[in-house]
Design a protein around this ligand. Sequence first.
Ligand code: PLP
Length: 425
Amino acid sequence: MRDKKVHQLIVAETKRQREGMELIPSENYVSRDVLTALGSVFTNKYSEGYPGKRYYGGQDFTDPLEQLAIDRAKQIFGCKHANVQPHSGAPANIAVYHAWLEPGDTVLGMDLSHGGHLTHGHPVTTMAKLYRFVRYGMKDIETGEIDYDKMLEVAKKEKPKIILAGFSAYPRELDYSKFREIADAVDAVLMADIAHIAGLIAGGILKNPFEFGFDVVTTTTHKTLRGPRGGMIMSSAAAGNPLKKPQKTKDNLATLIDREVFPGFQGGPHMNNVAAKAVALGEAMTPEFRVYAKQVVDNAKCLADELMKKGFKLITNGTDNHLMLIDVNKSFGINGKQAEEVLDKIGLTVNKNAIPDDTLPPFSPSGIRLGTPAVTTRGMKEKEMVQVAEWIHKAVLNRNDESVIKTLSEEVKQFCVNYPLPSDQ
Ligand SMILES: Cc1ncc(COP(=O)(O)O)c(C=O)c1O
């Protein structure tokens, strides 16, 4: 590469990724093919509109490309509509809100401190200024069980237009049939945000919201699904012609969503990104991906068990998916920021995270969040998770002992280089 400054940073980041271990649950390592598609000449092409209905010429290859991504998404998730153009997970959620809601309408989503995402109505977001967000949460933080009775009560009182099932820091499965019952009781659109768990659903390990009658499902493509950074929106009903404005009915939701993505608030799709989404979706259809998804969850369960044996307090006392939330304050008297920093020093990347009803501030909360999608991509299994738990424990216990921390960081580096990134294979 001629730009030496950018080149140096790419080289340095590659080294960091090779020599360290990515334990942030929303991250992963993509295949060489996904990287190739991202770096392809499709980045040069404008293709506003949808396959067969574009505003510019020269779409001979963009149309079949986007259609391929759409068809693969529909086949994997068993739905009738897929929009593969959202630039990311946040725009995907925003498009659904804009498609269905009027300013001031209400959305019932998971309490953010119980695991919901910023885009589910955090007060700092623009969405929270436009729409009203009300909350459901866990009944019991020890089991993680959602309080569905309370949720029904809130739904009847607040009359949400959308009920949203989804999370970025909740380690258990949701009871989708309960969500369906509650949405039926108040005639709400039922939406799932599967950004974190899309790959585990694609791999057949976790339940698919469409099998429980969800109307719309949004996702990112870069977490467990192991694709490029991006978003997708899928609907249970097929879309009509996006050039014709339909009436605002549930039957027309997919068309309303397509019109909202473009021309509503995005411009031209990033076709190199759509190409990479198509590749990742193709990979997610293989038997190898099913094995991968199962191993992600097996690894998470093993890591969670090992950490609990060493005295770490896990929120809900375990995990059913790829992530875990640890109350390091309760377990070892340090906050999440301190834990994140000491683990960073030894090459284990995690993120500080609020725990349910946290009493500490967001920049130094009580918890850390970690997960297994990325390390599983590098071929690590239960044996390696036992070792990872050992390092986490030693680093936290010896956080003030520079020589122990240095030794641990050397050990992690030596270990990691034996598990190449997929782009190095
Ligand atoms: C559940 C959920 N939804 C949406 C998003 C937003 O995705 P992005 O950061 O790609 O916009 C995230 C990101 O972490 C997420 O966890």
